[in-house]
Design a protein around this ligand. Structure first.
Ligand code: ARG
Length: 479
C-alpha cells in the first residue's frame, strides 16, 4: 500500500535527495478504506503532481492562513499552528531548492506537501486538513496563483503599451496609407496606426483587471462541497490572504472555474491582438511593403536560402494565438455539462491556465523589446500614401461646396479612372484636370491635395490629425 514511485525532476532541480524513493515514513493519507493500492497506471494517469507542483507557494500560503485560523477558533493549539507554519515554510524552501522528493503516489501538490509536513513535524501535521478538502484547497490555490499572474500580465501589457506610445510619439508626423481590404484607403500617420494597438491594449488591461476582480474571491471553508460543522472563520482566512470577498455558496465555491474562463478569454483576445500586430509587422517588413526593417536580433535565417531574413518570431506569435484560443475552448468544454459540484474533470483546468500564461507573457515581453528596435522607412511610407488615398478628400471638398456626396463620389471616381489611365497620381494633378470633372473645384483644391494636409484636416475626435493624436497620446500615457 505504501509503494512509492519517484516522478521525473526538472533539470534545474539540483542533486537528488539522499532519501531513497519508498522511504517515506508516512503512508498514503487517503486510502484508509481500501485494501489494495491503485494500479500504477491508474496512479500515473490520475496524478496532477507533474504540473500542479507549480502551485506550491500558493498552496503553502493558503495552508498557513488556514492553520492560523484553526488556532484562532481553538481547533489547533497555538504551538501546533506555529509548528505547522514553520514546517510549511521549510517545505517551501525544500521545493524551491529542488530538494523535495516528489512522488507520484501523492497524486497532487496538496497531498505531497501534507505528507511531507507530517513526516517533518509529526502529530500536529495531521491536524492541518481539519475542515478542509482538496476541493476548496485547489480552488483557493488557483485563485491565489492567478491573482499573482494576472497582476504580472497587466504589468506586461502596460509595458508594451508604454513602448508603443513611445514609438508613436516619434511618428506623429510620419505619413503612411491607412488600409481597408488591404488596399490603400486614406492617409494617416504612423502614430495613429500604432495607437490603434494602444487602444486594444487599453481594453485588454481593463479586461484583465475585471478578471482579477472575479478571481479575488476566497473559497476556503466550502470543504468538499457543503462546508463544515466545525466553527471555522472564513472571513479571517480571507483577510489573512488579502481577499475582500468570501465565496457565498459552498457548492459554487468548489465547482466554479468561471474565473479561469474570464482570464483565458481576456488572454485569448489579447493574444489575438498580438497576432494582428505580428501580422502587420510581417507585411511591413516584407520586400513588397518595405515599410520597416526587422532588427537582426529578431530575425531568423533559412537553412537553404542564404539571403533570407525571416520573421519567425512574429509568425510564432501569430501561430501561438491558436494555443490560447484552444486553452479557452478546452476550459469551456471541460465545464460544459459538468454536474455540480467538484468533479475531477476540473483538474484539467490548470494546464490550460499555465499554457496560456507561458505563451502570453513572453509574447508581450518580446514585442515590447522588438518595437523600439524597428526602423521605419519614412520615404516608402510617404510614397505609398500619395497615390489615390486623397480621393475621399476631393469628394469632401466638393461636398463642402454644396455638391451632394453621391455626385461628388461619382465625379472623383471618374477623375481617378482618368488619372490612373494617364499613369499619374492625384497629388500630381493640375486645377484644369480637376475642373474637367467638376466646376466646383477651385485653386484651393490643388493646395489641399497633399497627404499631410489631408491628415491635418481630420481633427475630429478619434482622427489622425497630429494635434488629436498628441492629445490621445497624453491621455493614454497617464493610464
Ligand atoms: N488534484 C485535484 C485538482 O487538481 C485537487 C482536488 C482533488 N479532489 C478530489 N476529490 N479528487 O483539481
Amino acid at each position: 500500500m505504501n509503494h512509492r514511485r519517484t516522478i521525473e525532476r526538472p533539470a534545474k532541480a539540483g542533486p537528488a535527495p539522499a532519501k531513497a524513493p519508498g522511504a517515506s515514513a508516512v503512508k498514503n493519507l487517503i486510502r484508509g478504506r481500501f485494501k489494495t493500492p491503485r494500479l500504477p497506471e491508474v496512479e500515473a494517469f490520475s496524478a496532477s503532481l507533474p504540473f500542479d507542483r507549480r502551485l506550491f507557494r500558493h498552496d503553502i500560503r493558503g495552508s498557513i492562513a488556514h492553520a492560523r485560523m484553526l488556532a484562532r477558533v481553538g481547533l489547533l493549539k497555538p504551538g501546533e499552528a506555529r509548528a505547522i507554519a514553520a514546517g510549511l515554510e521549510a517545505i517551501e524552501h525544500e521545493i524551491a531548492a529542488g530538494r523535495f522528493h516528489f512522488d507520484l503516489a501523492d497524486e497532487d501538490i496538496h497531498l505531497a506537501i501534507e505528507r511531507r509536513l507530517i513526516e517533518k513535524i509529526g502529530a500536529a501535521g495531521r491536524k492541518l486538513h481539519t475542515a478542509r478538502s482538496r476541493n476548496d484547497q485547489v480552488a483557493l490555490d488557483l485563485r491565489l496563483y492567478l491573482r499573482d499572474e494576472i497582476g504580472a500580465t497587466i504589468a506586461l501589457v502596460r509595458g508594451l503599451r508604454a513602448v508603443l506610445l513611445r514609438v508613436a510619439r516619434a511618428h506623429v508626423e510620419t505619413v503612411m496609407p491607412g488600409y481597408t481590404h488591404l488596399q490603400r484607403a486614406q492617409p494617416v500617420s504612423l502614430a495613429h496606426h500604432l495607437m490603434a494597438y494602444g487602444e486594444m491594449l487599453e481594453r485588454d488591461r481593463e479586461r484583465l483587471a475585471q478578471a482579477l476582480e472575479r478571481v479575488a474571491v476566497m473559497p476556503l471553508g466550502a470543504g468538499a462541497m457543503a462546508g463544515s460543522t466545525l466553527p471555522i472563520d472564513r472571513r479571517m482566512v480571507a483577510r489573512e490572504l488579502g481577499f475582500k470577498r468570501v465565496a457565498a455558496n459552498s457548492i459554487d465555491a468548489v465547482s466554479d472555474r468561471d474565473f479561469a474562463v474570464d482570464f483565458l478569454a481576456a488572454a485569448a483576445l489579447l493574444m489575438v491582438h498580438l497576432s494582428r500586430m505580428a501580422e502587420e509587422l510581417i507585411l511591413w517588413t516584407s520586400s513588397e511593403f518595405a515599410f520597416a526593417e526587422l532588427p537582426d536580433e529578431f530575425a531568423t535565417g533559412s537553412s537553404m536560402m542564404p539571403q533570407k531574413k525571416n520573421p519567425d518570431l512574429l509568425e510564432l506569435i501569430r501561430g501561438k494565438s491558436g494555443r490560447i484560443i484552444g486553452d479557452l475552448v478546452a476550459m469551456l468544454t471541460i465545464l460544459k455539462g459538468l454536474p455540480l459540484a467538484y468533479n475531477s474533470d476540473l483538474q484539467e483546468d490548470k494546464e490550460r491556465v499555465f499554457d496560456a500564461l507561458d505563451t502570453l507573457k513572453p509574447a508581450l515581453d518580446l514585442l515590447a523589446k522588438l518595437w523600439p528596435r524597428i526602423r521605419f522607412n519614412r520615404a516608402a511610407l510617404r510614397a505609398a500614401a500619395g497615390g489615390f488615398a486623397l480621393a475621399t478628400d476631393l469628394a469632401e471638398y466638393l461636398v463642402a461646396r454644396g455638391v451632394p456626396f453621391r455626385l461628388a463620389h461619382e465625379a472623383v471616381g471618374a477623375l481617378v479612372r482618368e488619372t490612373a489611365a494617364r499613369n499619374l497620381t492625384l497629388e500630381e494633378l493640375t486645377l484644369a484636370d480637376l475642373r474637367r470633372h467638376s466646376a466646383e473645384f477651385g485653386a484651393d483644391a490643388i493646395d489641399a491635395l497633399t497627404a499631410e494636409k489631408s491628415i491635418a484636416a481630420r481633427k475630429l475626435i478619434g482622427g489622425p490629425a497630429p494635434s488629436t493624436v498628441r492629445r490621445r497620446l497624453k491621455e493614454l500615457g497617464r493610464g
